[in-house]
Design a protein around this ligand. Structure first.
Ligand code: DGY
Length: 323
């Protein structure tokens, strides 16, 4: 669209579902879309944001104090993610920039993926698939690929927000699992059949531990050497939140030494995880490339919500999903 002097410019740092553009165009905004395969570097991000009024950012875009100082023109940021650990929220507040995210709309997608990792690991689906594909399926094996049933097993959920509770319901209602959880805050209205525990009690009693907490100074390396020491030897660790919540060196050691049975990781530190990283060589480890919210349904709703956050912010209204 031809840009008049007052037209607001929205910088979108990656291609996202078209619905976002449609909503922004309807408001008469101009869109500056980063359409390369590689995300913008920090410098490129700043350069483009110096001319932008609104920004739809990805979780891989870093926005720190220097970024906000360099982009005084910016009026609102809509992060295309529920997690906002890529943004210095204090610096944003100091610069009066409202920040939006995408809660709720990716809850089911992410808890589905956590369940997918659990089922894949406990039933050895990936190695069994490889076995069949590589011509090793010669006969039916009475003792081959023996896994663990979920019924009556204990699922420990660390961080009982929306995604944690969604997983808890699916695991309890669909698979007959017992649910325990640990949470820093007493979240309201948690189903009383889910039992609250200290982190230590949870780790000691769970057959599967799933991480659903946000990344902040108190959760960085929350799962470290001493946590692996107290987990059950046959336990699995699932992470669909942020890689930094686990000390990965400690995880590699725990997997190599059999302190736990396996791990399902949708998130790592860094991302992408370099191919030579020892985690790719550890036994019973599944690594997916941060696909927690990767469903058509979730991504369309995320794009819609991000656009609505931008529109509200530029009109000086409270963001529909503001922090
Ligand atoms: C988020 O939105 O924070 C998720 O990690 C995306 O999958």
């Amino acid at each position: 669209m031809p840009k008049s002097k007052e037209t607001n410019i929205i910088f979108i740092t990656r291609k996202i579902p078209e619905v976002a553009k449609k909503l922004l165009y309807e408001e008469g905004y101009a869109i500056d879309l980063w359409d390369k395969e590689e995300p913008p570097t920090y410098e490129e991000l700043i350069q483009r944001c110096q001319k932008a009024d609104g920004l739809i950012s990805m979780l891989s875009d870093r926005m720190d104090e220097a970024f906000f100082r360099a982009c005084p023109h910016l009026k609102v940021i809509a992060n295309y993610a529920v997690g906002v650990n890529n943004i210095d929220l204090e610096a944003a507040a100091k610069n009066n920039i409202p920040i939006g995210n995408t809660p709720d709309v990716l809850t089911e997608a992410t808890s589905d993926l956590a369940l997918g990792l659990i089922l894949n690991l406990t039933r050895k689906i990936v190695p069994a698939t490889q076995n069949a594909k590589q011509g090793e399926w010669k006969k039916w094996e009475p003792l081959g690929f023996l896994g663990m049933e979920l019924k009556n097993k204990t699922l420990g959920i660390i961080g009982m927000g929306r995604i944690g509770q969604s997983l808890a319901k699916k695991a309890q209602n669909g698979f007959g699992m017992n649910i325990v959880y640990s949470s820093r805050s007493q979240t309201k209205e948690i189903d009383p059949s889910f039992k609250r525990k200290t982190l230590k009690e949870l780790l000691q009693s769970s057959d599967i531990v799933s991480l659903h907490t946000d990344l902040n100074p108190s959760t960085r390396k929350l799962i470290d050497h001493k946590e692996f020491e107290i987990m059950k030897k046959h336990a699995y660790l699932i992470n669909t939140s942020r890689g930094e919540i686990i000390n990965q060196e400690a995880l590699v050691k725990a997997l190599q030494e059999g302190l736990i049975e396996g791990a399902g990781l949708d998130v790592t530190a860094p991302e992408p995880l370099p191919l030579e990283h020892p985690l790719f060589q550890t036994p019973n480890t599944l690594i997916t490339p941060h696909i927690g919210s990767a469903t058509l349904e979730a991504r369309n709703l995320m794009a819609t919500l991000a656009a609505k956050n931008i529109i509200a912010g530029l009109k000086g209204l409270p963001l529909p999903a503001g922090l």
